[in-house]
Design a binder for this molecule. Structure first.
Ligand SMILES: [Zn+2]
Ligand SMILES: [Zn+2]
Length: 436
């Protein structure tokens, strides 16, 4: 698949400038790089509203994203879609504040409330009721979805269904791996019956260290491609792992190497998402929007075309670094950053050579302060940096002994509202897998 891209035009640069000033006006907001390249759409597939445990009504959430240059959004509430009747109790000062903002922004006549036992309740609008306030051709759409929220003992097992038609009931299972498989199968089955493109992504595998590398290696995707969150903006999900658990990025490398070389099965795509819950308080320990997103290359902005493009792997992830060019052919992975003045970039090509041992060995049991499940330990030869370039453009030609190669870009600029203190703005491509 060869991708080509138009150069940055003056009008597009103007668009970037507009975004920047909007960002300054909401100084506490997260990174807001706009899609300056024609044919690329910016979106987030994981965010919460009052329909579950988000801290704001869905219209306030949607407005946050739309006003910051996002073009698509999945409101992924826990175990429900935004449909049916739900009266939401406004029982804290923070919720009263969110209700005030809601009334001010959308009008007192739009917000439907009632008093019950001295408590104000808001009747939440369904997606079908509020979507027309936001959706606009080539500007902004919703993609229907939800967070399938399952639990095995103390281990949370969460997956997002994207472009769903109907809610998926958590499927349960007698192991974490079985639970994963059953929920994935349920989305695949709904996609097959509907005839529409759908996918499911495993969320935050290191949340309570519930999901291991081996669970992810073993999962089967009947549609031929799997997805997981390599970056999740929720402050509690341990993207970086700890002394006893691999980071999500290292998990990605181990899973890719073993799935592709040992199991001869499907690729695993990585996603960056916000998993935002808080839109009224901002800071390091808050679970804010704008931390991580996907950029999808698709011919049109519709739920089906965006979903289909992601199923082809035609997207990259960002926490602030935007690409001006991304080319993935049979043997080449080349990219160019939409470089910003005064910012420098390091581009790393990460991969695993066929000669590396992929065998896992049992690690010692973790101490009580690091609970959860344990992955096996693997060689450092998995996920090595094959080439490193200081600059805003780089190219990697496959030599023939790589199982896969992917690229990440690390900016010199700090993330304005990071997942963890000191995080720099980054981008991650999907893996390039040589034809076999
Ligand atoms: Zn979750
Ligand atoms: Zn979530």
């Amino acid at each position: 698949m060869k991708l080509s891209f138009a150069a940055l035009g003056a009008a597009l640069l103007l668009c970037v400038a507009t975004q920047a000033s909007a960002h300054e006006k909401h100084g506490t907001a997260g990174a807001t790089a706009a899609p300056a390249i024609a044919g690329w759409w910016k979106g987030n597939t994981h965010t919460h509203t009052w329909w579950s445990d988000g801290d704001s009504p869905p219209e306030s959430v949607a407005a946050w994203y739309r006003d910051r240059g996002y073009q698509f959004l999945v409101l992924s509430d826990h175990n429900r879609m935004q449909e049916g009747e739900l009266w939401y109790p406004v029982d804290t000062d923070q919720k009263r504040e969110a209700l005030e903002t809601y009334r001010r922004t959308f009008g007192a006549d739009w917000a439907e409330t009632r008093e019950r036992s001295g408590l104000t309740e808001v009747k939440l609008k369904t997606l079908d009721e509020f979507r027309s306030l936001f959706e606009q051709k080539d500007r902004f759409i919703f993609i229907r979805g939800m967070e399938i929220t399952d639990r095995f003992g103390t281990h949370p097992v969460h997956l997002n269904g994207v472009n769903l038609e109907r809610p998926i009931i958590p499927q349960g299972g007698d192991t974490v791996a079985t639970m994963l498989q059953r929920n994935i199968d349920a989305v695949v089955e709904q996609g097959r019956r509907s005839g529409r493109p759908m996918f499911v992504h495993l969320n935050h595998p290191n949340f309570y260290y519930a999901v291991t590398v081996e669970d992810m290696v073993a999962t089967d995707y009947a549609t031929g491609e799997g997805f997981f969150e390599v970056y999740n903006g929720h402050s509690g999900v341990r993207n970086d792992g700890d002394a006893h658990h691999p980071s999500t990025e290292r998990m990605w490398d181990i899973v890719l190497a073993k799935r592709l070389a040992e199991r001869n099965t499907s690729v695993l795509y990585g996603l960056a998402t916000d998993d935002a819950h808080e839109y009224t308080r901002w800071g390091l320990r808050q679970v804010n929007p704008g931390r991580g997103w996907v950029m999808v290359r698709a011919p049109r902005l519709t739920p089906d075309t965006i979903t289909a493009a992601m199923k082809r792997g035609d997207f990259y992830n960002s926490t602030g670094v935007q690409l001006a060019k991304l080319e993935m052919t049979g043997t080449t992975l080349a990219l160019e950053v939409a470089a910003e003045p005064g910012v420098s970039y390091t581009i790393e090509f990460v991969g695993t050579r066929r000669s590396r041992s992929l065998a896992g060995t049992a690690a010692p049991a973790p101490p009580p302060e690091s609970p959860g499940r344990m992955s096996l330990a693997y060689s450092d030869g998995i996920g090595e940096v094959l080439r490193k370039v200081e600059g805003s453009g780089a190219r990697y030609e496959l030599t023939g002994d790589e199982i896969y190669v992917r690229a990440r870009v690390i900016s010199s600029r700090l993330h304005p509202n990071p997942f963890a203190e000191g995080d720099r703005e980054m981008a991650w491509t999907q893996p390039l897998v040589p034809q076999r």
